[in-house]
Design a protein. Structure first.
Length: 417
């Protein structure tokens, strides 16, 4: 059975429409956790009330709502301090969940691989650490004497728990470092193979996984390569890497990264940095936007800000305006480095692929070669690793006109004509 919660938010400076959208997003986050909204309570303030988040009158209103609706929890649209959680819970006598806690819970449920599970657990422990004092049920701070020489058992338990958490964080980080090193080794191997990497980035639920599956479907028919997709926030957390082999014998790797969201907890940005390192190594970013969402410009700015924070700089970008069919925008359509498409309807994918090719294969060159019949393996190599534009058999050998990597042109220079 679905749990029920009251959603609470304070608007300090944002436009009314932006604040309303943030509250709507909070409701979607709750739904992703199987929690149904039983009502909303909002307040306009110049600044958050330090000890209680809400003003005194609104807090009393919230207490009455909790008593009248019999909810399981109250969910707040911001990250609360440990003292705010404690004070609110004591006042309303109901479980308090903040936005960060909610996102951590979704990530914990969605994590599938060992790496993402470790990252979520580290983020959760870092979040918990300063909030130990707030856990009233498990950690009573009863005093057992006077002065500093004989501290209470609650105080001692608090320190023990804190030390255990810090030790656990250290242990998990060590294991994460090993996994990150493995990932780096895999990346070095890919670089050695000289395969370009294209990373899909963007706000959560913009359609990155749908685009990835549609591209795979168009070029690599094979269902085993599909990645999970669903119309919900944070449907996928893992970084999926898939090889795309084009009809022109040109190959690139497509990676699908975790989606971003407004007020993404800093614990999670830090925890997922290793996953996002894939983006730092990319030759091209495809920034996916849900153009049917009236807030897609804000999503674009927020994603750019987070990419900047993790050190992304100087990587070419293609903007893929997805869900154009829902936005009543003409598609497929290409404007410089922008493409309007509908991944769900599989329209505009050829245009996207052509844009990708123009960026990542621009170092390819067109060559004409004459290869003696005795060197048939060279012809076979170009047929497998290059885009053969023309193939003619004459007395001296096979004449090929190909689009190939500079490295291959240099390697087989003696056959160039």
């Amino acid at each position: 059975m679905n749990k029920k919660a009251i959603l609470v938010g304070v608007n300090t400076s944002r436009k009314e429409t932006d604040f309303a959208y943030s509250m709507e997003e909070l409701e979607n986050l709750a739904a992703a956790c199987g929690i149904q909204s039983a009502g909303k309570l909002t307040q306009n303030l110049d600044r958050i009330v330090q000890g209680y988040y809400l003003g005194k009158g609104k807090l009393e209103d919230l207490k009455k709502m909790v008593d009248d609706t019999e909810v399981d929890a109250v969910i707040f649209d911001d990250e609360l301090t440990p003292s705010q959680i404690r004070n609110i819970e004591e006042t309303i006598e109901c479980e308090v969940v903040d936005r960060t806690m909610l996102i951590l819970e979704i990530f914990a449920r969605r994590a599938k691989t060992r790496e993402s599970k470790l990252q979520v657990e580290v983020a959760r422990l870092r979040y918990m650490l300063p909030r130990l004092i707030g856990s009233r049920e498990s950690l009573g701070r009863q005093g057992g004497g006077s002065g500093l020489t004989n501290r209470g058992s609650g105080e001692t338990k608090l320190e023990t728990d804190r030390r255990k958490i810090e030790e656990q964080i250290t242990k998990l980080n060590r294991e994460l470092d090993n996994l990150v090193n493995q990932r780096r080794t895999q990346r070095k191997q890919r670089e050695k193979n000289n395969i370009p990497v294209v990373s899909l980035v963007g706000y959560t639920n913009a359609g990155k996984s749908t685009i990835m599956n549609a591209v795979l479907d168009a070029h690599n028919s094979g269902i085993e390569k599909q990645v999970f997709e669903k119309d919900m926030l944070f449907a996928t957390l893992e970084t999926s890497v898939r090889k795309v082999e084009l009809e022109t014998n040109q190959t690139f790797l497509l990676t699908d990264t975790v989606g971003f969201i407004n007020k993404l907890p800093h614990h999670l940005v830090k925890a997922f940095r290793s996953t996002l390192e894939e983006v730092l190594e990319a030759d091209l970013l495809v920034h996916v936007l849900d153009v049917s969402n009236p807030h897609h410009e804000e999503h674009l700015n927020l994603t750019n800000r987070i990419l900047e924070e993790i050190g992304v700089d100087g990587i070419p970008v293609i903007y893929a305006y997805n869900k154009s069919d829902l936005a009543d925008i003409a598609y497929p359509d290409v404007k410089e480095n922008e493409v309007y498409l509908s991944a769900r309807k599989k329209e505009g994918l050829n245009e996207l692929t052509e844009l990708i090719k123009a960026v990542i294969f621009k170092s390819y060159k067109t060559c004409e070669l004459l290869i003696p019949y005795t060197d048939g393996q060279v012809v076979a190599y170009f047929n497998e690793h290059a885009n053969v534009l023309d193939e003619i058999y004459d007395e001296e050998g096979t004449r090929l006109v190909v689009e190939c990597k500079n490295a291959d042109a240099e390697k087989y220079e003696k056959y160039l004509i």
